[in-house]
Design a protein around this ligand. Sequence first.
Ligand code: PLP
Length: 539
Amino acid sequence: MDRPAVPHMTLDEFRAVGHRMVDWIAAYWENVETKPVLAQVKPGETAAKLPGSASDFFSHAVADHEGANPAWDAIFRDLDNVIVPGLTHWQSPNFFGYFPANISGPAVLGDLLAAGLGVQGMLWQTSPACTELETKVLDWLGEACGLPDEFLSTSKTGGGVIQGTASEAALVALVAARERAMTSARRADGTTGVHRGPAPAVTPHLTLYTSTQAHSSITKAAMIAGLARHPDDRTHVRVIDVDRECRMDVAALAEAIRADRAARRVPFFVCGTIGTTGTTAIDDIAGIAGAIGDDGSSATSGASDHENEGSLALPWLHVDAAHAGPLALCPEFRWMFDGLSRADSYCFNPHKWMLTNFDCNCFWTRDRRAIISALSVTPEYLRNAASDSGSVIDYRDWQIPLGRRFRSLKLWFVLRHYRLAGLQNYLREHVRLAEVFEELVRSDARFEVATARTMNLVCFRLRGSGLESDARNHALMNRLNASGELFLTHTQLPASISGESSGRVALRMAIGATQTQEIHVRSAWDLISTTARECVIDR
Ligand code: PLP
């Protein structure tokens, strides 16, 4: 049969292939536990299974079409033979590396629906439901997490938005902070070396602060914004040391800010972390807020800074809880979030540990004006009556790109399906499993728990000091990962814990995959324990 010039998939084909695809995904989830967790392919192996050139590819694709419904047969075959062998299986219950990248049935269906609806939510007008559902979902989630009222859309100055990632959230917060600092510097009375007027005659030397344990996305945001010249630019990015629990040293932060102010530099941004990437340390957010404001400077805080003539704005306090954020849903873990009421912005990733597939970063601010003022550019073609009325939210002004997907659908489905109690039970179970694993580590004299466990991550290591000990821990991890039975990753402990100038390697057991149960954690420990024996004998 002749194919039409533009071979759209018919609706019947879409239904048939769509059902087949959902079945394929369900079978993948059913069997993912049996697959080697870390991809076992060598560099280039996947590419070598694919057509070499565009002409090969297109003639291959034509050949695929001979026979009845064969193109999709060929595609499903390629999924099994080419793609799946080249995957690291993040959804395996034996995936314990990095932080989890949760998915769930409701979230995947929400994403499918968003793709199917195909709306583009850049302006309220381009799909009012896309904007208004997002605002509601962020308010519900913010309220359930106990966020300050000022972060909700019902406040005069704040609100929430879904960003793609915590990295984008950090960049948005950073440029808003710069906007606020520059506005207040312009209005200040010359004490910073800048003059009143539309633009400072001398660009102030802006400085930002985070800890040695903060995520690299903070420095990257400073580089993208043109504030840091390279990853090690310490004249603009002050990297504050941490204490024995890997928390930012608040006294050192206060001193760094004081010294910069004394030198007429402008501290404009501080990022604290709740649940650091290396060890899930919990920065003292209230202490950090105090260090920002308690040095007797004339700086002022909050969304009213725009009106505050004659004084410098306090540095913007952004709090990154990319992984740990969902724990705020559980009253017993709320203490970790103390001090958030003094933050200017806050974010976490449901795409890590809250059953919502990538990408989904929930970001709240108390100062939406600073964000909009930093990010809003309105070409004529985007002008419309609803935006001009000032009564609607245009989320394009709260983010880096113009276009935006209907991401709140997947989050809405997760909240509706699991409800608050389901999410709480999910998180509590992973924390319990981490306690189980921690006890197993403690029961074996060859090992030590390397840092105080705060949530679902256990940092542990084979005992010993020096480079030899690091090499043994690396060897253990590499053997475990090569086995395909499980996957875990490592971190370098800061000198404040290790007491060694070069730090020490610890292995990270992050328990948070959607399907992980106690049996997987106990089996992982059995394998770690026996493999450690082999590692020690080998050396
Ligand atoms: N912040 C923290 C604490 C993280 O652990 C991570 C990633 O693991 C990030 C930020 C970056 O997350 P994203 O990939 O959403 O940018």
